[in-house]
Design a protein around this ligand. Structure first.
Ligand code: FES
Length: 125
C-alpha cells in the first residue's frame, strides 16, 4: 500500500510542468497558511506578506502524519522562512523542506508564483 508520504516529493522551479491555480490573493491570509487540494494531495500555502514571499509544502506533518502544517506558526530562523507544526512544534524550512530541529523528518516543498492576482503552485504532474 502506498504510504501517505510517498505522494509528496519536492518540486524545483526547473521541474515544473503544471502551474495549478490555487486561488486568488484574497483567498490566502497574510503571514499564515491556507490549504488547497491538488489531485490527491493536500498542499499548505503560505503568504509571507512581511517578506513579500510565498511558499507551499505538503500539509501532512511527517512526524505523526497529521494534516496540520497549514495551521502551523510561520516565522524565520536565521532568515530562513519556516513553519512550525501546531502539534509538537517540529519546525521545517519552507525553502528546502529540511527539519530545523536536526531530526530526520523533512517535508516536500513546491514553487509558488503570483500572476495577475492569481496564486499558482508548480507540480510535475
Ligand atoms: S504531528 Fe507535527 S510535530 Fe508531531
Amino acid at each position: 500500500m502506498e504510504h501517505v508520504l510517498d505522494k509528496y516529493k519536492t518540486v524545483t522551479l526547473e521541474d515544473v510542468k503544471v502551474w495549478f491555480k490555487a486561488g486568488t490573493l484574497k483567498d490566502f491570509p497574510s503571514n499564515r497558511g491556507g490549504c488547497v487540494k491538488y489531485k490527491d494531495k493536500q498542499i499548505a500555502v503560505f503568504n509571507f506578506e512581511r517578506r513579500n514571499e510565498w511558499y507551499a509544502c505538503q500539509n501532512v506533518c511527517p512526524h505523526k502524519l497529521e494534516m496540520v502544517l497549514s495551521r502551523g506558526m510561520t516565522g524565520s530562523a536565521d532568515n530562513v522562512p519556516k513553519i512550525a507544526c501546531p502539534m509538537h512544534k517540529k519546525t521545517f524550512s519552507l525553502v528546502d523542506g529540511s527539519n530545523l530541529n536536526g531530526e530526520d523528518y523533512s517535508i516536500a516543498t513546491y514553487p509558488v508564483k503570483v500572476v495577475e492576482g492569481e496564486v499558482l503552485i508548480g507540480f510535475i504532474d
